[in-house]
Design a protein around this ligand. Structure first.
Ligand code: ZN
Ligand code: ZN
Length: 314
C-alpha cells in the first residue's frame, strides 16, 4: 500500500509559505527605496524627471538583482505547490509520475512511501489540472507560469546576466497567482494570516504596521486597474488616516492613508480602514486648520492633516 500520502492542505500550506516569502523579499526592497528616498538619499537627484529613477536608485536595483532572483524562484516554488494542492484536492495519486512497472520497491511491510515516487514535472501541472478539473486554468495563468519557470531556469542555469528583474512585477505575479489559485482578492487576507502567525513568534512586531506599510507601497506602485482587480480598491477615492493604525503604529512613523468611506454619498460617517478592518464613527466638520481642506474628525483629530483641533481653539 502507498503510505504517508500528502493531502491538499499539505501542499497548499507550503504554497502559501513560499509565496509569502517571495512577496516579503520583493516588497522589502520597495519599502527600503521608499525610506531611503524620504531620509538618506539625495533628493535633488530625483527632481529632473519624476518618473525616471535616480542613478542611486538604479544602482540599488542592480545590487539587489540576486535577491529578486531568489524571490522569483520562491514564487515559482509557491505556485507549483499551490497547483499540486489543487490537483491533490481531486486525488494526490494523480501526482505520481512513475509508470506502474517502475514503481519504487515495497519496503519490508509491503508499503511504499509516497515520497519515494517521482512526481509530475512542474511543466505538466497545468495540463494535468486542466484535464481533471471542471474549472481549468485560463491562458493568462498558464502563460505566466511558463514565463516564470523560464526566467527561474535562466537564473539558475545560466551565466547570462541580461535578465533584469523588477520588484513590482514579482508582486503583480504573486497577485495573479493568488487570484487564480487562492481566490479573487484574497491576497491581503493571506498576508494578514501570515503576519499573524509570524507575530506569535516575534511578539514585538505589529501586524497592522507591517500591513499598513505594504498597503502604502501597493497604493503607490500598482495601476488603478490592478488595485481594483486585486484588492477591490478605487485609487481615485479619497483616503484618510486611520485613527487606530496611526496610534498603534506611531513608533513606525506610519503615515499611510488607509481609511475611506465605502460609498460615495455625501456626509457619510462610517469610515472603514482597509488595513485593520475596523470601522469608525467619525464627525463631519471642517478642520480648524485653515490650510487643511479636511472635514473628517475623530476624537478631535483631523484625519486629513492629522492635527488635533484643540491646537487651533485658543
Ligand atoms: Zn486601521
Ligand atoms: Zn486637517
Amino acid at each position: 500500500m502507498i503510505i504517508e500520502v500528502p493531502n491538499a492542505s499539505h501542499y497548499e500550506e507550503s504554497g502559501f509559505g513560499y509565496l509569502n516569502l517571495a512577496w516579503t523579499e520583493a516588497i522589502s526592497h520597495l519599502l527600503h527605496v521608499n525610506d531611503a528616498k524620504e531620509t538618506w538619499w539625495d533628493a535633488s537627484a530625483d527632481d529632473e524627471d519624476d518618473d525616471a529613477p535616480s542613478e542611486q536608485e538604479q544602482r540599488f536595483w542592480q545590487r539587489v538583482q540576486k535577491h529578486l532572483g531568489q524571490s522569483l524562484s520562491l514564487s515559482v516554488q509557491g505556485t507549483e505547490f499551490l497547483l499540486k494542492g489543487r490537483i491533490a484536492r481531486i486525488s494526490p495519486y494523480l501526482l505520481i509520475a512513475n509508470k506502474v512497472a517502475e514503481w519504487p520497491k515495497q519496503n519490508s511491510d509491503g508499503n511504499i512511501r509516497f515520497a519515494d515516487f517521482k512526481t509530475v514535472d512542474a511543466q505538466d501541472l497545468c495540463r494535468l489540472y486542466g484535464a481533471v478539473s471542471e474549472n481549468p486554468l485560463d491562458d493568462e495563468f498558464t502563460d505566466l507560469f511558463t514565463q516564470l519557470r523560464r526566467k527561474r531556469n535562466v537564473l539558475v542555469h545560466s551565466v547570462d546576466n541580461s535578465l533584469k528583474l523588477v520588484a513590482k512585477e514579482i508582486l503583480v505575479n504573486c497577485l495573479v497567482v493568488s487570484e487564480h489559485l487562492i481566490g479573487q482578492q484574497k491576497w491581503f487576507g493571506v498576508r494578514r494570516e501570515y503576519q499573524v502567525s509570524d507575530v506569535e513568534d516575534y511578539e514585538d512586531s505589529c501586524v497592522n504596521c507591517v500591513l499598513g506599510r505594504e498597503f502604502g507601497i501597493l497604493m503607490e506602485v500598482l495601476e488603478p486597474a490592478q488595485l481594483h482587480r486585486f484588492l477591490g480598491l478605487n485609487k481615485r477615492r479619497r483616503y484618510y488616516r486611520c485613527p487606530s493604525c496611526q496610534g498603534e503604529c506611531a513608533d513606525w512613523g506610519l503615515r499611510t492613508l488607509s481609511a475611506f468611506f465605502p460609498t460615495k454619498e455625501p456626509g457619510q460617517r462610517e469610515l472603514y480602514c482597509f488595513v485593520c478592518e475596523e470601522t469608525f464613527d467619525v464627525e463631519r466638520s471642517k478642520c480648524l486648520d485653515e490650510e487643511c481642506q479636511g472635514d473628517v474628525l475623530y476624537e478631535d483629530d483631523c484625519l486629513t492633516c492629522g492635527e488635533t483641533q484643540d491646537k487651533f481653539r485658543w
